[in-house]
Design a protein. Structure first.
Length: 486
């Protein structure tokens, strides 16, 4: 027994459909059970109908068949009891579209797990008393205007799991406790654009409001006016702009990237640093074909421990680096000859320490493919620095004012280094946006995010959640220090 008395704990099970969607042996139930059907997790009204007299509430988040493993519900409730967790979820098995059943491990939920697509699987268990506290808080803040929405039609679970995390622990059980069914077999390189699709706009706006509300509750919200100003004439540089291209074994595409830089038309001098991270496929020889142009610096690091971030840092701290740094991925090309001029102009207009452009997704022949233009229009001057904590990317191409960049330097990683820099810069400085297409982002089989397996996708998400966690803590500290000074 979970406790000495089988009925001393009560459980509410909330699911989208009837019994066919939730399969478990009746003998596995460790307590009295109340079922609530036709439950839609995104709609807040459904949550207010959950009875408060059950000890635990088990929610099925997805409208798929879920088969619980032997005594899995009892296991979840025991862990809930022993940890006093507010919310629990677990690893599980997944039945793929081809019929194969594979392991689907999840990752721990951190303070910085603020993205709305965090994977909790299909089954979560709440301590009902904490769930009711969170719902009461939501109801109060919706009525009082602290949450700038009339109700929640898409983001209810997102709001609840954030609120619950403030009232108690969120625990992942690293055990495979059930089997669900795959509903989205698209590659990771396709799914990463979902939140940028036009049909997701209303959902994303609601998610932004919820995330902003949560940051205010945490003390991590930043106002739209609290920025440091920049004096762009404070330092002298050899050129106005340096374009940085980190590259490793991109013999098929590097020449296109370099040509798109050298064709730039600007009212100021610029150069290009191609940081060739010990390529072995002929990339180095292709770069040398442009050696006649003195604007190009072919840099081969002496070190062998540099990731993409380390290559960026090497270029940014080079004596020939310009006042502004603009990045270009080695498999992308600038879309027009006016990219450098447009991006630099935005620095001066906005007094920004960082500028992000927009890009157009294309195939290798520069034919536009889905999702087309990715402009990150969810960014607003009023709330961009807070909403950046909710979305999983800052956009591109990315450009930086070199002195601010050098004061931070990006992490020496191959993933998330630009996002980490965007978070840190937005804490204190303005970020400018260019919504015209600056870059053609070519999708091909060698893209680093083309089709990740679950282990690599988990590792990437875990890292971005980690840097968001550090940023939340830094923003809380910034606000505390500001209050002390006042």
């Amino acid at each position: 027994m979970l406790n000495d008395d089988k009925n001393s704990s009560k459980l509410t099970v909330c699911c989208w459909c009837g019994n066919a969607g939730f399969v478990t042996d009746s003998a596995d139930w460790p307590c009295e059970v109340h079922h609530q059907y036709d439950f839609e997790p995104g709609n807040l009204d459904a949550w207010f109908k959950i009875p408060a007299d059950c000890t635990y509430t088990l929610v099925l988040l997805n409208d798929v068949e879920v088969v619980m493993n032997y005594h899995a519900i009892q296991r979840m409730m025991i862990v809930a009891r022993d940890t006093q967790a507010a919310m629990l979820y677990s690893d599980h098995y997944r039945r793929k579209s081809n019929g194969n059943v594979v392991k689907h491990p999840l990752i721990d939920c951190q303070l910085g797990a603020l993205r709305d697509d965090f994977d909790f699987g299909s089954v979560v268990l709440f301590r009902t008393s904490v769930l009711q506290q969170a719902l009461s808080e939501l109801k109060h803040d919706l009525a009082g205007g602290e949450l700038n929405l009339d109700s929640l039609h898409y983001a209810a679970f997102y709001a609840i799991r954030l609120a619950v995390s403030r009232w108690g622990g969120v625990v992942r059980i690293p055990e495979f406790l059930y089997t669900d069914v795959e509903t989205d077999s698209r590659s990771s390189g396709v799914r990463i654009f979902d939140y940028q699709l036009p049909e997701a706009a209303m959902t994303q706006q609601e998610m932004e409001q919820v995330c902003t509300w949560h940051l205010k509750r945490l003390g991590a919200y930043l106002s739209p006016t609290d920025f440091l100003d920049i004096n762009f004439d404070e330092y002298k540089f050899p050129v106005e702009v340096t374009v940085v291209i980190p590259v490793l074994n991109r013999v098929r595409v590097i020449a296109d990237a370099i040509r798109s830089v050298l064709m730039q038309q600007a009212t100021f001098p610029f150069n290009i640093m191609v940081v060739d991270n010990h390529s072995t496929d002929g990339t180095s020889q292709v770069i040398e074909e442009f050696a006649h142009d003195r604007r190009l610096l072919h840099i081969i690091p002496e070190r062998t421990d540099l990731g993409i971030g380390g290559c960026w840092n090497l270029a940014a701290n080079h004596e020939c680096c310009g006042k502004f740094i603009i990045g270009l991925d080695s498999d992308d090309v600038f879309a027009t000859p006016q990219v450098l001029q447009t991006m630099v102009n935005r620095f001066y207009v906005d007094n920004a320490a960082m500028v992000c452009g927009s890009y157009q997704v294309t195939d290798m022949s520069l034919n536009v493919i889905s999702p087309g233009i990715v402009a990150h229009r969810e960014w607003t001057p009023e709330n961009g620095r807070n909403n950046l904590m909710h979305v999983n990317g800052v956009g591109g191409p990315r450009a930086f004012y070199t002195p601010v960049y050098r004061s931070i330097n990006v992490p020496n990683t191959n993933y998330g280094e630009d996002y980490a820099m965007g978070l840190m810069i937005s804490r204190d400085y303005r970020i400018g946006r260019v919504y015209d297409v600056m870059t053609c982002a070519r999708r091909w089989e060698d893209n680093t995010d083309a089709d990740l397996d679950i282990e690599h996708e988990n590792a990437n998400n875990l890292y971005k959640d980690r840097i968001r966690t550090w940023e939340v803590l830094a923003r809380i500290d910034k606000n505390k220090n500001k209050q002390i000074k006042q």
